[in-house]
Design a protein around this ligand. Structure first.
Ligand code: KIV
Length: 273
C-alpha cells in the first residue's frame, strides 16, 4: 500500500479520513511549519500535515504554545500550503483565538481558511467549546478536536504528565469525544492519555482518533516532526520514536563546514566562477 501511495498519492479530504477509519487503514499525520519539510512529507504520501502551534516551542523557542498568534499561524501555514498537493492541511488555532466567543472563533478561523486556503482547523478542548465547534462546522469550517493533554491549558494543569489516569477524568474525556463528534468535528487528537482509554474512545466514535502518546489503538498517529527527526534532543518522552538523529548530522555538517572555511579548503576553484 505505502509503495503505490508514494507513486500515486491521493488527495486527502476530511471524508477520506472517515473512509480510512471504516476500512481500518491507519492515518499518518506529522507537523510541519515550513515549505521544504511540507514538500518532503507530501511527496512521500503523508495523510495529514498539521501546522501545529507547537511552532511556538520548536521554531520560536518559547516555553509554551501560549504566545503564538493567529498571524504566526497564517505565516507558517502559507509556507506549508505552497508545498502541498495531496495531504490535508490542518492549522492549529492558537490560545485565545477561539475560546473567547463564537464571533472571535469565526473571525480567526475564517481568516485562516480564507487567507491560507487550508482544509481545516484544530481546536483544543471538550464540551465547553462544543457550541463554538458546532457553529464553525455549520458555516463550513471543518474542525479537528484535541483532548487529553491540551498544551494551551498548561497553566491550569501545571504539568505535561499523562492525563485522565483516574476514572473521573477518563469519563470526561469519553464524554467530550462524544459531544465533539455530535458537534461535527471530523477527527479528534488524543494526547497523552492511557491507551486503554484511547481504545475505548476510538471504539465509541465513528470519526477517527489520532493519537500522540495515546497508544496503538487510535485510528492514526501524529508526532511533532522535529521530535521524530531527533532535533529536539533533550525532549525524550517514551511516546516519541526517533526516526533519525538529525541533531548529530547537523552538528557534524556545521563542524565540517567551519573546518573547511578555516582550513581554506572551501571553496575550491571548481566551486567558484
Ligand atoms: O501543536 C502540535 O504540534 C499539536 C500536536 C502535538 C498534536 O497539537
Amino acid at each position: 500500500m505505502s509503495v503505490s501511495r508514494t507513486k500515486n498519492p491521493r488527495v486527502v479530504t476530511t471524508r477520506t479520513l472517515t473512509t480510512m477509519k471504516r476500512m481500518g487503514e491507519r492515518i499518518a499525520m506529522l507537523t510541519a511549519y515550513d515549505y521544504l519539510v511540507a514538500k518532503y512529507l507530501d511527496q512521500v504520501g503523508i495523510d495529514i500535515i498539521l501546522v501545529g502551534d507547537s511552532v511556538g516551542n520548536v521554531v520560536q523557542g518559547h516555553e509554551t504554545t501560549l504566545p503564538v498568534t493567529v498571524d504566526d499561524m497564517i505565516y507558517h501555514a502559507k509556507a506549508v500550503k505552497r508545498a502541498v498537493k495531496n495531504a490535508l492541511i490542518v492549522v492549529d488555532m492558537p490560545f485565545m483565538s477561539y475560546q473567547t466567543s463564537i464571533d472571535d472563533a469565526v473571525r480567526n478561523c475564517g481568516r485562516v481558511m480564507k487567507e491560507v486556503g487550508v482544509g481545516a482547523v484544530k481546536l483544543e478542548g471538550g464540551e465547553y467549546i462544543a457550541d463554538i465547534v458546532r457553529h464553525l462546522v455549520k458555516i463550513g469550517i471543518p474542525v479537528m478536536g484535541h483532548l487529553g493533554l491540551t498544551p494551551q491549558s498548561i497553566n491550569k494543569f501545571g504539568t505535561y504528565e499523562v492525563r485522565a489516569q483516574d476514572r473521573r477524568e477518563g469519563a470526561q474525556v469519553l464524554r467530550d469525544a462524544k459531544v465533539l463528534e455530535d458537534a461535527g468535528v471530523f477527527a479528534i487528537v488524543l494526547e497523552k492519555i492511557p491507551s486503554k482509554l484511547a481504545r475505548n474512545v476510538s471504539a465509541s466514535v465513528k470519526i477517527p482518533t489520532i493519537g500522540i502518546g495515546a497508544g496503538p489503538f487510535c485510528d492514526g498517529q501524529v508526532l511533532v516532526v522535529y521530535d521524530m527527526l531527533g532535533l529536539t534532543e533533550e525532549f525524550k518522552p517514551r511516546f516519541v520514536r526517533r526516526y533519525a538523529e538529525l541533531a548529530d548530522i547537523l552538528r557534524g555538517a556545521f563542524r565540517t563546514y567551519i573546518g573547511d572555511v578555516k582550513g581554506k579548503s572551501f571553496p575550491t576553484m571548481k566551486e567558484s566562477y
